[in-house]
Design a protein around this ligand. Structure first.
Ligand code: SF4
Length: 391
């Protein structure tokens, strides 16, 4: 047992008095715990609570989720980003129906075998939903343990993570896995925060090695930061006869099955306007011209900094009164000409959704002047395939 074990009762006391009232904590229904844990990866808890209520109102049980089609699930997930999580939830729900009689298994190994369920999620669901003596080690837990127990290995690398996981297991009070796991995460989120730990008011201060050694700013030890690559991309909102062209991305790769406005990476020597016209020709066969530039949307990912230039486009060789033409698709599985009011039915990447939200009204009246906006988009997939340049 670690010499730091004394802090655990204090941590549990703190949690008993400070735990947030989050919707899945009212019943600890395993399905709700599972959905919340999947949502909480990459997303702040306050936002998770809002999305959780909406998602579980639409899909209240494993069975309801398993019966949904992917389009509905992606739409309910829109705004949370990292859409592979939603696809895996759906696949796992169907597996639970087929192999576990519609009830999530309590056993760590059985949970771990479900699509998209890694060590963290399996540990969290086993501990929090079923009270099994398992641990779930997320970034909050890593940080708290690195500080309280003075872990001096880079915390996100295998050796540091293994050290923290071993410690978390050693410190787990048998039978208290739910409270212990939630308390560590909650404490990391609310008190032992990444850049602003509240050491003066911390109930664990007397047991914290980093505090005692005056090395809190040096814990956890971080890996060398990766270089950030700037990426300039262009996208076009093509309007014709009062309708807007959108296409559904291919079923594999980045943002699979999401809808988008066509576009892509700006090549060396190109302006954004030239790039979007070229991309449209390559992806749809349409000849277009830029009527105006709508917005510049910026978004940061782990290793990329994306600047998305958004343009309003018109067809060059078709009168406005002519019916919308059929595209020749090369980068999408289907397309349609949507009325502006219909765009809300489809799931888009965050940058494109932001564009729709900002320009929803003016896209209904595309002849009017629009300001050029500079926006930041939040919560979306990283560009796993940077050459696609979608944000
Ligand atoms: S004393 Fe500071 S660094 Fe140590 S556990 Fe408390 S908040 Fe974290």
């Amino acid at each position: 047992m670690s010499e730091n074990a004394d802090f655990v009762p204090l941590l549990l006391d703190w949690f008993a008095q400070n735990r947030r009232d989050l919707p899945w904590r009212r019943t600890y229904d395993p399905y709700g715990v599972w959905v919340s844990e999947v949502m909480a990866q990459q997303t702040q808890m306050d936002r998770v609570a809002v999305y959780f209520e909406r998602f579980t109102a639409r899909f209240p049980t494993v069975a309801a989720l398993a019966e949904a089609d992917e389009t509905e699930v992606l739409k309910a997930w829109e705004g949370l980003g990292y859409y592979s999580r939603a696809r895996n939830l759906l696949a796992a729900a169907r597996r639970v129906m087929a192999e576990h009689g519609g009830r999530l298994p309590a056993d760590f190994a059985a949970l771990r075998a479900l699509p998209g369920v890694g060590e963290y999620t399996a540990g969290a669901v086993a501990a929090i939903a079923f009270g099994r003596d398992e641990v779930a080690v997320d970034a909050n837990v890593l940080r708290v343990l690195a500080r309280v127990c003075d872990i001096d290995a880079p915390i996100k690398e295998p050796a540091g993570k293994a050290q923290a996981t071993t410690l978390a297991r050693e410190l787990l009070p048998p039978g208290r896995a739910r409270d212990y796991g939630e308390a560590l995460m909650e404490f990391g989120a609310l008190v032992c925060r990444p850049r602003t730990p509240d050491c003066p008011a911390c109930p664990l201060a007397g047991h914290c090695a980093a505090r005692r050694l005056n090395i809190v700013p040096d814990r956890p030890v971080l890996s060398k930061s990766k270089d950030i690559t700037p990426l300039d991309v262009a996208t076009g909102v093509l309007v014709h006869a009062g309708r807007i062209f959108i296409q559904k991305r291919l079923p594999k790769g980045a943002w699979a099955n999401l809808w988008e406005f066509p576009g892509g990476r700006i090549e060396a020597g190109e302006t954004p306007e030239q790039a979007v016209v070229r991309e449209f020709a390559e992806e749809t066969g349409f000849a277009t011209r830029v009527e105006t530039k709508l917005a510049v949307i910026r978004h940061g990912y782990t290793t990329y900094r994306v600047t998305l230039h958004c343009c309003l486009l018109r067809l060059t060789d078709l009168p406005e009164a002519a019916p919308p033409p059929e595209p020749t698709l090369t980068a999408a599985q289907e397309s349609l000409w949507a009325a502006p009011d219909e765009l809300s039915r489809y799931a888009f990447p965050a940058g494109h959704r932001k564009l729709i939200e900002q320009f929803g009204e003016s896209l209904r009246r595309p002849g009017e002047a629009r300001p050029l906006l500079d926006l930041s988009a939040g919560g979306d997939d990283p560009p796993r395939t940077p050459s696609t340049g979608k944000v």
